[in-house]
Design a protein around this ligand. Structure first.
Ligand code: GLU
Length: 284
């Protein structure tokens, strides 16, 4: 039995691709409040593996915004871009279990292959779900592409992984016990062509390394938890509890996005709003 008195460790894990908006504030404050109420710890993690989209200035800005909101967090802050070795080690482990294969195909090549009548194409939560993509290229062409140093992604052999892991569940606050069913993702990409890891792998490894016991994040990431639960099982990592919160919407019912400049925490602060105002707006 898990120790129910264990410390709550929650986290906020933004990608520094823009200024934080009210939706981020809601997520961060929910996570912070949950840890605080339980006498636990709150961790900030910078998810900056995508160096083409992430900017240092947004890291500074988000730390200022969170501090303005009255949150504090443990230091040093983990930045994913500084820990590629940890993700490599996880990939090595999966590779040693024969659960990965290289995929050279571009999105265009994959789309073409998936529309072929003999191919078992599925639509997954992240677009086309690919199964056995390594069979789409003749072995000789794969070898030639590899010899030419062409970049490739690493995909998880989903069917083999599921067979190895067996039935899995996670505890989702508000939704109860969930059966993990990541098959719809197909052979999910765990290392991208351009980045030697993926969101799914990095987030799973980091939640374990940082001792996270409660993952608070938007319900847009609910589906991703199916994949994360499987990766935890394959890598022998503990499973946190999850709370997937509703997504805040603007007055027209649209999800907050980086385009909504007026709803950034910076703009609200400059307009004279207080952290208490922000709490009231998001209903906390
Ligand atoms: N970095 C992700 C984002 O900014 C969140 C990841 C997570 O909470 O698991 O959307």
């Amino acid at each position: 039995m898990p120790d129910r008195s264990e410390t709550v460790v929650s986290r906020f894990a933004p990608s520094p691709t823009g200024l934080l908006h009210l939706g981020h504030a809601y997520s961060a404050m929910l996570a912070y409040d949950a840890a605080h109420a339980a006498g636990g710890r709150f961790v900030l993690r910078i998810e900056d593996i995508d160096s083409g989209r992430c900017r240092a200035e947004f890291v500074d800005a988000l730390e200022q915004d969170l501090a303005w909101l009255g949150l504090d967090w443990e230091r040093p802050v983990r930045r994913q871009s500084e820990h590629m070795d940890d993700y490599r080690a996880a990939l090595d482990r999966l590779q040693a279990m024969d659960l990965l294969y290289p995929c050279f195909l571009s999105r265009r090549e994959l789309d073409a292959a998936l529309s072929a009548p003999h191919f078992r194409a599925m639509r997954g939560p992240e677009g086309p779900a690919v199964v056995d993509a390594d069979r789409l290229l003749p072995a000789a062409e794969r070898a030639a592409r590899m010899a030419a140093g062409e970049p490739y992604a690493l995909r998880l052999r989903m069917a083999a992984a599921l067979a190895l892991a067996g039935p899995l569940t996670w505890q989702d606050e508000g939704h109860g016990t969930q059966a993990a069913d990541p098959a719809a993702f197909g052979d999910v990409v765990l290392a991208r062509k351009d980045i030697p890891t993926s969101y799914h792998l990095a987030v799973t490894v980091d939640d374990a390394l940082q001792g996270i016991t409660l993952v608070v994040r938007g319900e847009d990431l609910f589906q991703a938890t199916h994949v994360h639960r499987l990766l935890q099982a394959l890598l022998g990592l503990p499973t946190p509890r999850y709370r997937h919160h509703r997504l805040l919407t603007d007055s027209e019912g649209r999800r907050y996005a980086k385009r909504d400049r007026a709803l950034t925490l910076r703009a609200l602060r400059e307009a004279g709003r207080t952290p208490a105002d922000v709490r009231a707006i998001v209903g906390l």
